[in-house]
Design a binder for this molecule. Structure first.
Ligand code: ADE
Length: 252
């Protein structure tokens, strides 16, 4: 396939941020870097501050009604989004990173990986003027129930989670893109050389060469782990797989 025809198929990710330099090392390393080199994705960083119109280059102001912190202002973001969206015909799926958002899950990442274009807004300070949400109607997305000092790290998490799902992003050596969480179970334990490390030995079954037995053991381990560590996921799994036998606890 020619490079220019591949380019049209590439997922375009726009990131609007006050700290574009934070993204450079992450997008330029490992899978995110390789996916861009393979033409599966392109990254476009925009500094929100470039859209400030006053002498102080202000992007935030004190909240009406008082209270701590600063709030991101409407004008810079509306202007930045309009300029960036006009750079490409494809409509963008707009996302704002926020602890108030919908939780990021593997299923949501899969949905986002099927988009042609994603525009992410990473804010800093106490939050956004609510009219940014009302006007731009982005999906608010959270990476977990904790508060970061800005949306940048969250945006990087979202990019990494999506990009590794793009067909062709992972080499065979990185494992299947659809393994962990794809069926709602945690991963099974892995071992490599040596067979014995001090007193700790690799489970016998993995050395047996019996692939059916190995697959059975691994599935059982996934169920045991999920039941022990994530009862919430285990209950959901049981709902979808009512025939899944409650696994008996076994020594490894
Ligand atoms: N910004 C601050 N905290 C965040 C979180 N947990 N998820 C997404 N964006 C955030």
């Amino acid at each position: 396939m020619r490079a220019d025809s591949r380019k049209n198929m590439a997922l375009r990710i726009d990131i609007l941020t006050l700290f574009p330099e934070m993204f450079t090392p992450v997008l330029g390393t490992s899978i995110p870097k390789r996916a861009a080199e393979k033409g599966l994705v392109s990254y476009h960083l925009t500094n929100i501050r470039d859209f400030a119109t006053d002498n102080h280059k202000s992007v935030d102001d004190k909240p009406f009604g008082g209270g701590p912190g600063m709030v991101m202002m409407c004008q810079v973001l509306f202007d930045a989004v309009a300029k960036v969206e006009a750079e490409d015909d494809r409509p963008a799926r707009r996302i704002i990173l926020s602890p108030q958002g919908k939780p990021l899950t593997q299923a949501l990442a899969q949905e986002l990986a099927a988009e042609k274009r994603i525009l992410m807004i990473a804010g800093h300070y106490e939050g956004f003027d609510e009219r940014i949400i009302d006007g731009l109607k982005p999906m608010e997305l959270s990476i977990g129930d904790y508060v970061l000092s800005g949306g940048e790290l969250a945006a990087m998490v979202v990019v990494d989670t999506i990009v590794r799902l793009l067909p062709g992003a992972l080499g065979a050596e990185d494992g299947a893109a659809d393994e962990t969480f794809a069926d709602g179970l945690l991963e099974y334990p892995q071992y490599t050389r040596p067979r014995e490390f001090g007193q700790m030995v690799v489970p016998e079954v993995l050395l047996s060469g019996d692939h059916r037995k190995i697959a059975q053991w691994r599935h059982e381990q996934r169920m045991l782990r999920t039941r022990e560590r994530r009862p919430d996921l285990w209950q959901e799994y049981l709902q979808r797989n009512p025939d899944a036998l409650e696994p008996k606890k076994k020594k490894r």
